[in-house]
Design a binder for this molecule. Structure first.
Ligand code: LMR
Length: 329
């Protein structure tokens, strides 16, 4: 725990044994790992603004971006311990706790943003969030970033054969690891906050991410190639400590849920725009080549990755959520 965290959380949090009154000034510390000018960063700020507005200032949300409070490795633990009230991890990073969420990591499962929206904000999303119960965490909803693409330090990736032998950074999710093993690459799960330096020092050769994360973290400065492959999605679960949630007056809970719904509706469109804008900015960078994978090649890639579905079905699947998603996509 850093000095800043020590100072902030030296005392037990007020909600440990209490029911907060309507006149109490409430603070939500919200920690996340990306830059502010990203789909998640912008949504977190919008949510903070709306919560404050709807509760007439009774609830203040302090947003800590860029892993400045907690990082990928310790944020979930911190949330469970009540050291922070809210975090917004990618669903991929939650799969060590809820393996079934790997369903959302399956390659080429979704074709359009609309499909992602329907799945994440409808009854399937609710079912997935209910899987948080055993962890005493409440899921307020899902947000989206966008489709993932590939970037590489030295070599252009035109076909899946070009991935063979590369050390590729992934988020920690067995399904993501299987995806790269299926093409003969070596997946290396590391924290988001370490990706830039590991690319720079050539500890890894490649990574997968959205245009907004690649642009906002400057990954294009330490790599020469990007391939628009749209091979998977990257999205988030908006999580709040359940004990804290239950300590809130029901009127405040209602106002927070309203803020959440409004942010979510705005967020899905905003994310598409940000990724498009950031892709345009990436196209303007010197020494950074962007290649669009042909439809034929994407089809070959998809077929090559079919065993990843078998892995999920045989080793991970706990309910019928995949067949429910397949009715929509
Ligand atoms: C990543 O680790 O690549 C992303 O999960 C970062 C994020 O939260 O968008």
């Amino acid at each position: 725990v850093g000095i800043q965290q020590g100072l902030l959380f030296a005392k037990p949090l007020p909600y440990d044994d209490e029911q907060l009154g309507l006149d109490t000034q409430i603070t939500i510390h919200l920690s996340h790992v990306v830059a502010e000018n990203t789909p998640k960063g912008q949504a977190a700020s919008k949510f903070a603004e709306l919560v404050e507005e709807k509760t007439n200032g009774k609830v203040k949300v302090h947003v800590y971006p860029n892993s400045s409070l907690f990082n990928d490795k310790n944020e979930f633990q911190a949330l469970q311990n009540g050291e922070v009230e809210m975090i917004i991890p990618t669903f991929s990073k939650m799969t060590s706790y809820i393996p079934n969420w790997q369903v959302l990591d399956l390659p080429y499962l979704f074709n359009t943003e609309d499909e992602v929206h329907e799945v994440l904000t409808g009854s399937i999303g609710e079912q997935l969030l209910s899987e948080l119960k055993p962890f005493h965490i409440k899921g307020l909803g899902f947000w989206h970033n966008g489709f993932k693409h590939l970037t590489a330090v030295d070599q252009p990736i035109h076909t899946f054969e070009d991935l063979k032998g590369l050390r590729i950074r992934t988020m920690p999710s067995e399904t993501l690891e299987k995806q790269f093993e299926a093409v003969g690459a070596t997946p290396i799960p590391i924290s988001f906050s370490e990706v830039f330096t590991d690319l720079e020092s050539n500890t890894i050769d490649a990574q997968e991410n959205t245009a907004s994360n690649i642009y906002s973290k400057g990954f294009y400065k330490v790599q020469k190639h990007m391939t628009l492959s749209k091979h998977g999605i990257l999205g988030y679960a908006v999580l709040i400590n359940d004990k804290f949630w239950k300590s809130l007056p029901s009127e405040i809970q209602k106002q927070i849920m309203e803020a959440m719904k409004e942010t979510t509706d705005w967020q899905f469109e905003q994310a598409v725009e940000m990724n498009e804008d950031d892709l345009q900015k990436l196209k303007q960078q010197d020494n950074f080549e962007i290649y669009t994978m042909s439809n034929k090649e994407r089809q070959r890639f998809k077929e090559k990755l079919a065993p990843v579905y078998d892995f999920y079905r045989n080793n991970v699947q706990e309910n019928d959520v995949l067949s429910e998603i397949e009715k929509i996509v």
